[in-house]
Write a protein that binds this ligand. Structure first.
Ligand code: FUL
Length: 475
């Protein structure tokens, strides 16, 4: 078997497939920092400062849902060590705060609100802890695993456990040797459906916090990228505003033929883009006028969700415990645009013909049946192919959505799209590299009856499970 065939056969796990369907979800950064106006707490904050007067997780969830998100990941404990749930294993938590007279539980409130609205819940638990005195000893690993057990047992299904790469000194000046394997075992046992993100084997950090996605975001990459030490080295940048906006391009190519052929073992390690709607991860009143514009958010959405990655957008609640009006407005507008764009697939019920199909179960009609499990493919070994879609009539559109059948692997390397009116000449309107879970193409509105996709390069043989056509709102 050739190296390329091997790469074409690397497949996602069930939990990675389920996670990929989440596409767009929120990060909620909330802790004592919200009240001290800091990005990284020192660990010596008095729990009495945590007192959100109007904490409303119902509002968080409603805003996220209106934006088109499918879940939320909460910072249950950030680097300052303060816990948003009443952990049995520490006193440094909501138990000691005036909020709800010490009887509150933010994780519980959020998990209940998520269930009510059909959204998924994820947890961020910072391994780095600047408060706990056990940090730097074996006991800390036991403490951390106990906290994981609490969070993974008492709050229903969890879709993601998000471990960031920060590993600094604890309150006693010591550093911790993290028991990653032990943490993973607890997660796999208690929540086998949850992905472990960033410092974990299931979801790859895109490599920057600015919202930048590679043009070719391959899910099949070298196994060496799973190394937590290296992830830590790259992501550990204190309270650094410059870092949050830096786009690092040194690793622009992680998945091309050239790179993977000399990369040894390959794994399915799909990418997630994480960035904040504001300059900081936590809420700061002086950033109320720095909320990203809808155009910027849409741009990141199209490049991430529409570029074979997922989009984890941070929305920090304010001191009241609410998503600020400015952020809410943007998110509602964004959701409206996404819903209006993708409500009516103009290709449903059209006809499609391929240059070649493997057999009767894999014809081009499978692209148009709305079923993600059926797919088209040519015979094994055919790397180039084309498919023509006949919309029946001339139609106006400005978006295309293409999906590979990633259950079979990721294979398409280069393609182009052409259109024509009735029987006129073909005109190229777009071209691209990878497709993967989803590629969204945006272009100026055109009118055409037929659309042709030509796959110019692929690994072993390509698959496609969906071809959708949309007319989004015109500005
Ligand atoms: C980083 C942390 O240091 C930041 O505060 C933030 O939580 C970000 C998502 O991850 O590693």
């Amino acid at each position: 078997m050739s190296d390329i065939q091997k790469a074409a056969l690397v497949k996602p796990s069930q939990r990675q497939l389920k996670w990929q369907e989440m596409e767009f979800y929120a990060f909620i950064h909330f802790t004592v920092n919200t009240f001290t106006d800091k990005e990284w707490g020192l660990g010596n904050e008095d729990p009495s400062i945590f007192d959100p007067q109007d904490l409303d997780t119902e509002q968080w969830v409603q805003v996220c849902k209106a934006a088109g998100m499918r879940g939320l990941i909460l910072t249950c404990k950030h680097h300052d060590g303060f816990c948003l749930w009443p952990s049995k294993y520490t006193e440094h938590s909501v138990k000691k705060s005036p909020w709800k007279q010490g009887n509150g539980d933010v994780v519980k409130e959020l998990s209940d609100a998520c269930r009510r609205h059909g959204l998924q819940l994820g947890i961020y638990l910072s391994p780095w802890d600047r408060h706990d005195n056990r940090y730097g000893t074996d006991e800390y690993n036991t403490y951390f695993k106990n906290q994981l057990r609490e969070l993974l047992t008492n709050y229903g299904d969890i879709f993601s456990v998000w471990f960031d790469g920060a590993c600094g000194e604890g309150p006693n000046g010591k550093r911790q040797v993290y028991d990653w394997d032990g943490y993973y075992q607890v997660i796999r046992k208690l929540q086998p459906g949850a992905v472990i993100s960033v410092c974990g084997p299931d979801v790859r950090w895109i490599g920057n916090e600015a919202g930048h996605c590679r043009e070719s975001e391959w899910s099949v990459v070298s196994e060496t990228l799973l190394d937590c030490e290296k992830i830590q080295e790259k992501s550990q940048h204190a309270d650094d505003a410059e870092f949050r906006h830096r786009i690092r391009t040194e690793d622009e190519d992680l998945g091309s033929r050239e790179v993977i052929c000399s990369a040894g073992n390959l794994v399915w390690y799909p990418a997630e883009v994480n960035t904040s709607i504001r300059p900081g991860w936590f809420y700061h009143a002086n950033e109320d006028d720095k909320v990203r514009s809808v155009e910027e958010l849409l741009d990141i959405y199209y490049k991430s969700v529409g570029g074979n990655a997922t989009f984890l957008l941070n929305i920090p609640p304010d001191k009241r415990g609410r998503i600020h009006e400015a952020d809410e407005k943007r998110l509602r507008e964004l959701g409206w645009i996404l819903r209006s764009t993708f409500q009516d697939n103009l290709a449903l019920g059209s006809s499609a013909a391929a240059s070649e199909s493997m057999d009767d179960d894999h014809t081009a009609a499978n692209l148009l049946d709305g079923n993600p499990d059926t797919f088209w493919c040519p015979r094994p070994g055919t790397e180039q192919a084309s498919i023509e879609i006949d919309l029946g009539d001339e139609k106006r559109f400005n978006h295309l959505v293409l999906k590979e059948h990633i259950q079979s692997g990721q294979r398409i390397e280069r393609f182009k799209i052409e259109c024509r009116k009735d029987s006129g000449a073909w005109r190229e309107i777009s071209r691209g590299t990878i497709i993967g879970h989803k590629r969204i193409l945006r272009f100026d509105e055109i009118t055409a009856r037929s659309i042709r996709i030509t796959i110019m390069e692929s690994r072993w043989y390509p698959t496609l499970s969906s071809f959708e056509v949309y007319l989004g709102p015109i500005d």
